[in-house]
Design a protein around this ligand. Structure first.
Ligand SMILES: Nc1ncnc2c1ncn2[C@@H]1O[C@H](COP(=O)(O)OP(=O)(O)OP(=O)(O)O)[C@@H](O)[C@H]1O
Length: 274
């Protein structure tokens, strides 16, 4: 059985070819905290293999948007339509069991703090293997083999496979979290400040690694960051947020080299002055 989530069915007649449709289609998304706006009026399409960066100052609504897209928060308005292997589904209308299945199969979420995305009392190999088992893998030798392969891909030495993440550095923990998320070949990866909280040299190595994996695997990803260097390296397209609104979106190089909105101009020039 395909590891892709089984959600809804449409006949091939009414369903155009997969490549003709976005992987994720978001319309009019709004999340409020009481009277305070978290994010509002957010609409965009994400195409297969595309990486979208979301940038903005602290409090602009980036994390709220990401959490709303990934189903961690319940938005009050809007649609988040994902192209499942069985056809498009509005993920805001999934049952809790369907949503959890989606998070184990087609979707992955890389948290800023690896502790939120790893099981700290389970070995490195176990952390990677657990996600494989969640999609049906049962053969111990295969699971350990794939875990070893993925540890190598994220540059963790094979002799650390039985160590627990708390014995790892911050950078290693983040690389392990990435291996745990990517081992099942998700089709869409959400990343919340994946290089945040790391030393500059560790950040650079992680970014390099992420860029390699994104390209090799043709991953579709949505990456929230306040760091324009991260989106310059990773994102095909950029969305700039301010006060819960998207103020500008477009191709990354276009937005960064020729920003149209005064807020984006400020954001870009403040980085250039550093
Ligand atoms: N749990 C919450 N309860 C009430 N208001 C919240 C909550 N979480 C976020 N907000 C508010 O929603 C708005 C957007 O916050 P959000 O955390 O999404 O911004 P952000 O761009 O991710 O900021 P940062 O980069 O600092 O994480 C802010 O006004 C914030 O105060």
């Amino acid at each position: 059985m395909s590891p892709s989530v089984e959600l809804g069915r449409r006949s091939s007649q009414e369903t155009p070819a997969l490549e003709d449709r976005p992987l994720l289609s978001v319309r009019g998304l709004e999340k409020r905290y009481g009277h305070r706006v978290g994010c509002t009026g957010v609409s965009f399409d994400l195409w297969p293999g595309e990486v979208l960066g979301i940038v903005g100052e602290s409090g602009s609504g980036k994390s709220t948007l990401l959490a709303s897209l990934a189903g961690h928060l319940r938005p009050e308005e809007g649609q988040v339509v994902f192209e499942t292997s069985e056809g498009p589904r509005d993920t805001l209308k999934l049952t809790e069991a369907e949503r959890r299945r989606l998070m184990r199969t087609d979707w992955a979420f890389v948290h800023q703090n690896p502790r939120d995305g790893l099981r700290m009392d389970v070995s490195a190999g176990g952390n990677v293997g657990e996600r494989l088992m969640a999609v049906g893998a049962r053969h111990y030798g295969d699971i350990r083999g794939q875990a070893l392969d993925w540890l190598a891909r994220v540059e963790i030495a094979p002799d650390r496979i039985d160590d627990r993440p708390r014995a790892f550095s911050g950078g290693m923990q983040q690389r392990l979290q990435i291996a745990r998320n990517l081992v099942t070949g998700p089709r869409l990866v959400f990343m919340d400040e994946p290089t945040g909280g790391l030393d500059v040299s560790v950040q650079a190595r992680l970014l390099d690694l992420l860029r390699g994996l994104v390209r090799q695997m043709g991953l579709s990803a949505i990456i929230v960051t306040h760091d324009l260097a991260v989106v310059r390296l990773l994102a095909d397209r950029l969305m700039v947020m301010k006060g819960g609104h998207v103020v500008e979106q477009g191709l990354t190089d276009q937005v960064l080299d020729d920003p149209q909105h005064p807020y984006t101009q400020l954001l870009v020039s403040s980085v250039l002055q550093v």
